[in-house]
Design a protein around this ligand. Structure first.
Ligand SMILES: [Zn+2]
Length: 436
């Protein structure tokens, strides 16, 4: 299958490209990416004009053509929770959101702490997936913080990182060992930072609003204590630490200081942490219930500043789909999590509109850098790389209707929001997905 994408604005930060041009795809790989204006003056297109009739042409007029987005923090729920999401539906949602690769967290049932589960996920994704799936293995067996999982075997079978996400690694000695191994295996340890004693029973950010609403709060310190611990362990071991879903100003400050001291840490935040505050919970809508919780205006500003100055490297989704029965409960009993794949890029685009990031930085945060951190061959339109591309109309706006999500999880706090940036097509390994 040969495809020519033309008339679009190609933005590929990995090659410092930004201009109207053409992308040629052949056998699932990018054969050539050229900028039209540049070509006239300096370089000749390698694809001959006589060959063009063999290519299926996609007209990307008015759209940007970018490396497919890469989500380094997704919950696909399979195996074990197929009523919430499956590899098939989760990757469809990913493609709908412009993602061509997702890294899936191990808190499935059984937990991905064995070769069998890792191989199952990879095989299922190859059979049914709409994008590439990279499994993340558990740091500890059954995510119980008692004993390290077989990290080397998991890495060999295809895990690209390790995390106990959903839970913290409570045992500091085990976390130390995990970070030591991360250096040997050159894979990141992704930390879900939460002090379970401080957060126990909490359902939202602890503060003025939680007091007014009469809901039990989770203090910011529950996150920051673990960020501080893991930064100390990272300094001690020289391991490869990545902090998941940063939600507080204190965490941003700690990570900034650590980076200034030369500690080998990277960090991510998620769209809800720069788009929402705890005041949105006055509706008692459980779609706003997420862990860590959405915080205050001051934290939102710090997260934005952290993205702007590079303290936070990545925007990940923490896509956490739930069945409606898990959410239509009283607030205390409802599940934590947001179905995020299908709104992430558009929410990121709001940062561009606000002047926090430019478009190039947003693409770096959502495609290039996660690929670099996870050491996966994605996030580029260079010749010979996988044909993973998102074609997005930036000006076209839409109203979020979560009932129409391709994800099984309809749990979105952004339902009814008017957002810009519709994903017209996602091309994954040369396969075209579209919805028009
Ligand atoms: Zn988490």
């Amino acid at each position: 299958m040969k495809i020519l994408i033309k008339n679009g604005r190609i933005i590929d930060p990995s090659q410092d490209i930004d201009g109207i041009g053409e992308v040629f795809i052949e056998n699932g790989k990018i054969r050539e990416t050229t900028i039209v204006q540049k070509r006239r003056s300096t370089e000749a297109r390698k694809v001959k004009t006589s060959e063009l009739s063999n290519f299926r042409t996609i007209d990307a007029s008015g759209c940007i053509v970018i490396p497919g987005l890469v989500d380094m923090h997704t919950h696909l729920r399979e195996p074990g929770f197929e009523y919430k999401e499956t590899i098939k539906t989760g990757t469809k949602a990913a493609a709908r959101g412009g993602f061509t690769a997702v890294c899936c967290m191990p808190n499935t049932n059984p937990v991905n702490d064995t070769i069998a589960v890792t191989e199952f996920i990879i095989k299922k994704a190859l059979q049914e997936g709409s994008c590439t799936v990279y499994p993340i293995g558990a740091i500890t067996k059954s995510q119980k913080s008692e004993e390290l999982a077989e990290l080397e075997a998991l890495k060999r079978s295809g895990c690209v990182a390790f995390s106990d996400d959903g839970r913290p690694v409570t045992n500091s000695l085990i976390m130390r060992h995990a970070l030591e191994y991360s250096k040997i295996f050159d894979v990141p340890i992704i930390s879900h930072c939460e002090d379970l004693y401080l957060s126990e029973g909490g359902v939202m950010n602890e503060g003025f609003v939680s007091t007014i609403l009469g809901l039990r709060g989770i203090p910011k310190a529950a996150e920051e204590i673990m960020v501080a611990r893991d930064l100390a362990l990272c300094q001690l071991t020289g391991g490869k630490l990545h902090i998941a879903h940063v939600s507080t100003k204190g965490s941003v400050d700690l990570i900034r200081q650590a980076k200034e001291r030369g500690i080998n840490v990277t960090a991510e935040t998620c769209p809800h942490y720069f788009s929402l505050t705890d005041e949105s919970l006055v509706s008692y809508d459980t779609n706003f219930k997420v862990n860590p919780p959405v915080r205050t205006e001051k934290d939102v500003e710090a997260i934005k500043q952290g993205l702007k100055d590079g303290t936070i490297d990545v925007i990940a989704t923490d896509h956490a789909p739930h069945h409606i029965d898990d959410k239509t409960k009283e607030f205390d009993a409802a599940a934590f999590g947001i179905s995020g794949l299908e709104t992430a890029f558009s929410l990121g685009l709001q940062l561009v509109e606000q002047g926090i990031l430019n478009l190039k930085q947003l693409i770096i945060n959502m495609s290039v850098t996660p690929s670099v951190i996870m050491r996966i061959p994605k996030g580029t339109l260079s010749s010979g790389s996988d044909a993973d591309i998102a074609i997005i109309n930036l000006e076209h706006s839409f109203v979020v209707d979560s009932s129409r999500f391709l994800s099984k999880g309809k749990n979105s706090p952004f339902n009814g929001w008017s957002l810009k940036g519709t994903v017209e097509k996602t091309i994954s390994m040369g396969k075209v997905h579209d919805w028009t």
